[in-house]
Design a protein around this ligand. Structure first.
Ligand SMILES: [Zn+2]
Ligand SMILES: [Zn+2]
Length: 332
């Protein structure tokens, strides 16, 4: 099913023509529960990977005091809670039985960190045919994003690794990829398999990236016009490719390539949710009918169940000069 963002409540570029040159295309990915295959675009789905190519691993130092858990712990924990949320429950009855509560505690207990390299986990696979405007290096037709699902000392986020691939080169695909031995204890960095439903939208810069005078005039205008520029007219929430950065809680900083000093461009935004109290106007038309019956574990606004920080976004930037230059991550 496609996903359709409703028209913006106001045509901000007509009222402020100086915004027109700043308009950028973003492709909202709208990840939704699914069973994607390796020949499809996905979030948290299987990657098309050659059997004779080494699977990437992380050897970095990991931050945080929490003990990690295993991927299997995360899967069993989610299955247990999903089942509990879906069954009918008389008023006053606990969500979990005593046995289930004990099992849950054991699944959340964690283990001592493994000493060796940690295999990376698939986060997204995007065939360029599915994402208008997304281009890669010569010959590549699919972007694969993996990460090490732990907090890293420098960023307090997972460490992402990008692979651009020509799918036709994969003659003998890997069926069972290695899995990370250590995963963050909350499972926040373990995306549930989702199909994507890409949709092109137009974005304008966050107020923090606008010239001060224009930002002030926009603020005044949007408060009198009963529409909030930041939440409704600038940057789309949720997983997306391209667009503008969601600067909100810290001042924009120059994002420059550490190899060649070029200005980096936003490539992929990995989000903790597609809408919240402030961004309701971005809820796709198809998702506006309230769900009938028990909800289960997944929030409708966050089918991949990824959580960055306290509900923020992780944006991956790439160098426009070369896909061999390192990518940069930023949390907003
Ligand atoms: Zn790592
Ligand atoms: Zn560069």
């Amino acid at each position: 099913m496609t996903r359709t963002t409703p028209p913006r409540p106001l045509d901000v570029a007509s009222a402020f023509p100086e915004l027109r040159p700043l308009a950028r295309r973003a492709v909202r990915l709208h990840p939704r529960r699914g069973r994607p295959t390796r020949s499809e675009s996905s979030v948290g789905g299987p990657l098309l990977w050659p059997v004779d190519e080494d699977w990437p691993v992380c050897t970095a130092t990991h931050g945080g005091w929490d003990k990690p858990v295993s991927l299997e712990d995360v899967r069993r924990r989610r299955a247990l809670l999903e089942q509990a949320w879906l069954r009918p429950r008389p008023p006053g009855q606990n969500l979990l039985s005593a046995e289930e509560a004990a099992l849950l505690a054991s699944l959340e207990e964690g283990h001592t960190r493994h000493a060796g390299p940690n295999a990376l986990l698939p986060v997204a696979q995007l065939y360029l045919r599915d994402v208008p405007g997304l281009t890669g290096p010569e010959g590549a037709d699919v972007l694969q994003v993996l990460w090490c699902p732990l907090d890293h000392v420098e960023t307090s986020m997972p460490a992402a690794h990008l692979v651009w691939r020509a799918s036709a080169d994969v003659v003998d695909p890997l069926d069972v990829p290695p899995e990370p031995a250590d995963v963050d204890r909350d499972g926040s960095y373990v995306p549930e398999p989702c199909a994507v439903h890409p949709e092109v939208v137009t974005e304008h810069p966050s107020p923090l990236e606008l010239p001060a005078g224009l930002a002030d005039r926009l603020h005044e205008w949007s408060s009198t016009a009963n529409s909030h520029y930041q939440h409704e007219l600038s940057v789309a929430p949720g997983w997306k490719v391209g667009g503008w950065a969601p600067w909100s809680f810290c001042d924009p900083q120059p994002m420059r390539c550490t190899a060649c000093d070029a200005e980096l461009e936003p490539l992929l935004t990995i989000s903790s949710g597609e809408w919240d109290g402030g961004s309701g106007s971005w809820v796709p038309v198809e998702d506006r009918t309230p769900h009938a019956g028990p909800m289960g574990l997944r929030e409708p606004s966050n089918p991949p169940m990824v959580l960055i920080g306290r509900g923020y976004s992780m944006q991956i930037y790439r160098c426009p000069e070369s896909s061999d230059h390192p990518v940069l991550e930023n949390m907003q």
